[in-house]
Design a protein around this ligand. Structure first.
Ligand code: SAH
Ligand code: SF4
Ligand code: F3S
Length: 480
């Protein structure tokens, strides 16, 4: 049995620590040792990512680092020499999937003892999960966290050279590391991190503990990355952060999200998106900038979580239902063709049926274009997980079904309203079954299917909508 070297284990108390120190960016020059080059030669990797865009962007960095060392991407997980599961901790079902997958990977190890199985991402930032994997899943060779991706090659080298299992997952406030290589997964659309971490500590949420302190990248570094994407022919940039409206506050140099958006639009990118914005602190200036520039897409994801003031207070969301509605009214008044989407949690501890009704009323008031709906999942170490809960699972599922019906009603109304309209679509790709069936997203972020030549992939075209479904619309290409 391989020995286990524990460098760091995560610690919830440490993860909750915040101080006011400004975090300066570190410009790192990745060095690949000769040993690592030897290891990487003729070896392949495969990364499976769960969770949100932050993890997708991390996958791009991990892939970039591995390819920089000389690893090649395997076509499928079974063929890879290094398998990495990049995990999410936001709800229990996300974690269950990963445990299932780790179990299934045991056969890879039996087939090829040289195969290295590594797990990273938010799930691993929790001590109880690290303990379970260390004790019960011995096929796993390496655990690294969200804060030390830049050290991946050193950790891998240790696993290969010393034949030990390595655990290096630290709970830190976090750093800003620049200059890491990255291999972008898409050719026309790109995610750009503008900040990391979260300081909001909503009482149900694990993210602030897994991702650390809210810290912004310097405006000039973000703009350099965006400019490079524009020069490479990218059509769409999505600015990423758990709370993009908090961008710049920690830099103390006057940088703000509104200013950042304006600067990115001026680089000449065809489409600019951002996610996610917290309803708290969404400034008028931000709304004005979104309304002013045609290349900022009129699609805003504005998680509401609940429509009831007492539940919002217990969730620590920092706004009331009235304030949320006022914000939505302001956005709708100023931003033409605005599409609004949201996240909603049902069954927060002790939520009454009447309180849940307020959430339905909110959906009816806003008439969202779409919503991600979740049943509350207790997360170890969060304040909400310590509350007694008198709502049964059965009741939570009933409310969930009721909510989905109302959400789908408005999503259908919104999709139907697109019929007859001509939408601008960035063409993502062709259907696997028929290369002339193309699909892409409209400015409002609606999935659009239409018939066209595959040479249109990567271009923005006009499509007149003739048919609508719940999650997509179908149309005909319009000649200019
Ligand atoms: N930073 C983003 C959210 C990231 S998590 C934001 O605040 O908008 C994405 C969504 O997962 C949240 O909006 C919330 O609706 C849901 N979520 C987070 N923790 C959860 C939990 N413990 N149980 C159920 N859903 C949860
Ligand atoms: Fe979680 Fe709230 Fe931060 Fe979003 S704002 S990541 S829901 S703590
Ligand atoms: Fe999941 Fe971590 Fe994102 S918990 S939702 S992968 S920030």
């Amino acid at each position: 049995m391989a020995q286990c070297k524990v460098v760091h284990k995560p610690e919830m108390k440490e993860a909750a620590r915040r101080n006011k120190d400004v975090i300066n960016a570190t410009y790192k020059n990745l060095v690949v040792s000769d040993k690592m080059k030897d290891i990487a030669k003729n070896r392949t990797y495969f990364i499976r990512t769960y969770g949100c865009q932050a993890n997708i962007r991390d996958e791009e960095t991990i892939a970039g680092i591995l390819e920089y060392a000389g690893f090649k991407k395997a076509n499928q997980i079974q063929d890879a020499n290094v398998v990495i599961l990049n995990t999410c901790a936001v709800r229990e079902n996300a974690e269950d999937k990963v445990f299932g997958e780790i179990g299934a990977l045991k056969s890879l190890k039996t087939k090829d003892s040289d195969c290295v199985i590594a797990i990273c991402g938010c799930m691993i930032q929790q001590k109880h999960i690290v303990d379970i994997i260390q004790d019960k899943y011995r096929q796993v060779d390496l655990l690294f966290g969200t804060h030390n991706i830049d050290n991946l090659l050193n950790l891998l080298e240790e696993v290969y050279e010393k034949k030990v299992r390595v655990i290096d997952v630290e709970s830190k406030m976090g750093e800003v590391i620049e200059n890491m290589p990255s291999l972008r997964l898409e050719k026309y659309k790109a995610f750009v991190n503008i900040m990391y971490g979260c300081d909001k500590f909503c009482t149900y949420c694990i993210v602030p503990y897994t991702r650390g302190k809210e810290r912004s990248r310097k405006m000039e570094d973000i703009l350099k990355e965006c400019e490079d994407l524009v020069n490479k022919g990218y059509q769409e940039i999505t600015l990423l952060g758990q709370n993009v409206n908090a961008y710049g506050k920690d830099l103390h140099d006057g940088s703000s999200f509104a200013q950042l958006m304006e600067n990115v639009t001026k680089l000449g990118i065809s489409r600019l998106r951002f996610t996610t914005s917290h309803p708290w602190d969404f400034t008028d200036e931000m709304i004005d900038i979104i309304a002013k520039y045609d290349n900022i897409m009129p699609a805003i994801h504005l998680p509401v979580q609940s429509g009831n003031d007492e539940i919002l207070r217990l969730m620590g969301r920092r706004y009331t239902s009235k304030q949320y509605k006022e914000l939505v009214d302001k956005m709708k008044a100023k931003i033409p063709n605005l599409a609004l989407t949201t996240d909603i949690i049902v069954g927060f501890p002790n939520e009454t049926y009447e309180q849940f009704q307020d959430t339905l009323k909110m959906v009816e008031y806003v008439q969202y274009d779409g919503a991600f709906t979740f049943i509350y999942s207790p997360r170890v170490g969060t304040p909400a997980a310590k509350m007694n809960d008198n709502v049964t699972d059965e009741e939570k599922h009933k409310r969930f079904d009721e909510l989905v019906k109302v959400v789908e009603k408005y999503a259908t109304i919104k999709a139907n309203a697109l019929v007859g309209k001509t939408l601008k679509v960035l063409v993502d790709g062709a259907s696997k079954k028929n290369k002339n069936v193309l699909s892409g997203y409209s400015e409002e972020n609606k999935l659009v299917h239409f018939v066209g030549d595959p040479s249109l992939v990567g271009k923005i075209v006009k499509v007149k909508i003739k048919e609508s479904h719940l999650y997509s619309v179908i149309g005909d290409l319009v000649d200019d």
